[in-house]
Structures are given as C-alpha cells and as structure tokens.
Design a protein around this ligand. Structure first.
Ligand SMILES: Cc1cc2nc3c(=O)[nH]c(=O)nc-3n(C[C@H](O)[C@H](O)[C@H](O)COP(=O)(O)OP(=O)(O)OC[C@H]3O[C@@H](n4cnc5c(N)ncnc54)[C@H](O)[C@@H]3O)c2cc1C
Length: 375
C-alpha cells in the first residue's frame, strides 16, 4: 500500500512496476486528493509563467495497474498491518509506504505566505504593486522549518528581474536566511554561484539571520535585535508532519525513519519524502528515497549501506536557469557544482528516475487563474 498521491508516492508506484518482481504486486494507492500536484513551476505563475500542473491519480493508477482509493490514511496498526482511512475502511498491507507529504502553516504573521498550489495571489499582488511603482522595499524570508528553501530564492530573483523589466529597479530587495551561505545545502561552488546571482541582481543577503516578527512595516531580525524596513515580506510556509495515529514521530510530527526509510518498530512500514524525519525536504530526494524503498520491498535493496543522496536543483531566475548539484554523504555533502546547462535528462525541475520521463509523456491538467481547468 502507498499512502499519498504526490511526488514520492507516484515515483514509488512507477519504481515498483519497473523492478523485476514488482510488476506482479497488488498495489493500492490511498490519497485524499484526486490529482498529483506538480508544485515547482508555481513560482513563475505570479510573473505570468506557466500555470500549475496537475495529473489525475486515477489515470496514473490505472495506467500502472494499481487500485486508487480516494481517502486519507488516519491510523496505522502495526500489529494487525492495517491502515484505517477517513472513509472508515480498514485496509490490509504487507508493506506500507507512507508518502503523505507535510502540513503547511503560516510561519510569519503579516507576511505573504507563498503556498504554491493553494494560493499564489499574495505574490501576484506584489507583482502588480511593483508594476504600479508603489513599493520601495521587499524582503524574502527563509525560516527554520520551511522545508526546501529554493522557491524563495527563485521568487526573490524573479522579482528583481521583473522589477528591472518594468522600470522598478530601485526597489530594495533583501533575502534573510538562517543559512550560513545562500542555498547553503549546496555549500561550495553551488552556493557561491547563487551568491553571485543574487549580487548581480542587486539583492542584499542577510545570512545567519532569523526574522522573528513583522508588523507590516518593519521586520525584526536577530541576532542583534535589528529592524529592516520592508513594505512587503514574503515567506514560505512552515512544515510539520502528517497527523496519522500509530506512528513514531519526531518533535515536529515527522515520521521517524532509519537511513533506509524504514519506520522503527513497525515491520514492513517505510516513510519517504516530506512526511519523513529526513531533514532535507525536496522532491528529487523524495524520489530517490522512493526508488530505494521500492528496491527493499521487492527484496533487491542494500540493507547495510545507506543510499547516497544526490541533490539536483533547477533554480529559476527570471532569465536563464541555474542548475545545481550536490552529493550528500554521511557527514554532509561531498561536492557541489553549478552550471547553465542541465546535467540531467529530462530537464525537469524535479529530477526523478521514473517520474520525470513519465510526466514528460503525459498531458497535465492546467488550472487557469480563475480555477477553471483546461488540458
Ligand atoms: C513552491 C515550491 C517549489 C518547489 N520546487 C522544487 C523543485 O524545484 N525541485 C524539487 O525537487 N522540489 C521542489 N519542491 C519540493 C517538493 O515539491 C516536495 O519536496 C515534494 O512535493 C515532496 O513530495 P511528497 O510526495 O513527499 O509530498 P507531496 O508532493 O506534498 O505529496 C503528498 C501527498 O500525500 C497526500 N496526503 C496527505 N495526507 C495524506 C494522508 N493522511 N493519507 C494519504 N495521503 C495523504 C497529499 O494529498 C499528496 O497527494 C518545491 C516545493 C514548493 C512548495
């Protein structure tokens, strides 16, 4: 059973079907929504870029021979090996992959929270204010617990690019982050390239800095109890784990896992992607976790050595994207690099072994800004 209908869940299904021994498995996908939502391109939407892509889950499941149950998983009974759903059904599993993503909440009151798939209006409004020349300053704030910070860097760079295009290049743009370097997870060549991009775009960066309040005019920064004037502040939501009974959770509610994605104390249960306690929440990593867990389920995986994670990111800038890579080792990342050519194929925002080529061949449903769907 796969609980979830997002990036990690669909990659798990595709990986299982691609593995020897996985094609005959009886697979059920349990998810409350009817669509796979592909969020990464939503940062371009407020600037007139492509609209959010969605793919019907029932079609994907039918295509890969899985049963689709539209309901949320609400409880897991590890002894009985069952999942209770929001519809009141009790479903049996031999192996369970929890890929339920994270819950998103406002982290900084009075700031515009960029919720990607549910609300891009706040950011769109700021773009309009830029075009009307009514803004003097904007701050973009990375907060602890925001998950993958890259979209905020993209929003800052795209805002600077758009401001220059509409003759509002004098607007002060600041990026505030607790990271010790811009996109610090790409420490080294990758992070240095991002720092140069921000500098070239005229974006001031405050690293090792926390924003702990915004009153609509001033952003309160620590350390130093400083104030930064900002007409508008944009932040990402703060993430917490899924509310499913019967699971061991860390203090933020994420499902505890070992280095292989196994949930301790629950035989046959795995957690992957944003729902798991793995500290970096990123779609590409979620798909690598899905691939590794699929191998374990069909009995192929390496149960001794933890899989190495390869971080790949396409940073949208308003102009040419920047492609970043890093290899995460047991003691942090070993190498990072940046280039203007995409080093992976297909050149999707979420670099995924099975999902990227699969989606490249499928027509998404695209929602217009009024919420109407068209192919
Ligand atoms: C604006 C933005 C831009 C991003 N850009 C990138 C990028 O460029 N590259 C990249 O790699 N990553 C990017 N990410 C991160 C990436 O989107 C996430 O890391 C990724 O979606 C995580 O996949 P997931 O399957 O764990 O969770 P999700 O994709 O969130 O899917 C979770 C699924 O579980 C379902 N669910 C929820 N609760 C339950 C339940 N109780 N029972 C069953 N199902 C449940 C949900 O309905 C959903 O279908 C971005 C994120 C955002 C917000």
């Amino acid at each position: 059973m796969i609980a979830g209908g997002g990036i990690a869940a669909v990659e798990t299904l595709l990986a299982l079907r691609a593995l020897p021994g996985g094609d005959g498995l009886d697979v059920t996908v349990v998810a409350p929504g009817s669509e796979l939502v592909y969020r990464p391109l939503s940062v371009g939407e407020p600037f007139g870029g492509p609209l959010l892509r969605r793919y019907p889950l029932d079609e994907i499941c039918a295509d890969r021979g899985a049963r689709f149950v539209q309901a949320a998983a609400v409880a897991v009974d590890g002894d009985m090996r069952t999942v209770t759903t929001s519809a009141g059904d009790t479903l049996h599993y031999d192996a369970l992959v929890l890929a339920t993503g994270a819950c998103a909440d406002v982290g900084l009151p009075n700031a515009v929270t960029f919720f990607a798939d549910t609300d891009t209006d706040g950011m769109r409004w700021i773009v309009r204010e830029l075009e009307d020349h009514t803004l003097r300053s904007i701050a973009f704030v990375v907060q602890p617990g925001s998950g993958w910070p890259l979209p905020l860097y993209e929003l800052a760079l795209m805002t600077a690019h758009h401001a220059a295009t509409v003759g509002a290049g004098d607007v002060e743009i600041t990026l505030v982050t607790p990271e010790d370097a811009p996109l610090g997870v790409f420490q080294g060549a990758g992070s240095a390239a991002v720092a140069r991009l921000l500098d070239d775009a005229g974006i001031r960066v405050e690293t090792s800095t926390y924003a702990h309040g915004y009153d609509g005019a001033q952003l309160l920064l620590t350390p130093g109890d400083r104030r930064l004037t900002a007409d508008r502040v944009v932040a990402l939501p703060v993430l917490s784990g899924p509310a499913i009974d019967g699971l061991p959770l860390d203090r933020d509610g994420f499902v505890r896992v070992d280095d292989h994605g196994r949930v301790p104390g629950l035989g046959g249960v795995y957690a992957i992607g944003d729902a798991s306690s793995f500290p970096i929440k990123q779609g590409g990593l979620a798909t690598q976790q899905a691939d590794a867990v699929a191998e374990l389920i069909v009995g192929n995986g390496d149960r001794t050595n933890a899989p190495q994670a390869h971080l790949r990111a396409m940073l949208l800038t308003g102009g040419e994207p920047l492609y970043l890579m890093a290899t995460l080792g047991a003691v942090g990342h070993a190498t990072s690099s940046a280039s203007r050519q995409c080093p992976w194929w297909p050149p999707h925002k979420i670099a995924a072994r099975h999902l990227a080529p699969y989606l490249a061949d499928r027509e998404p449903r695209i929602l217009t800004t009024t919420g109407a769907a068209h192919a």
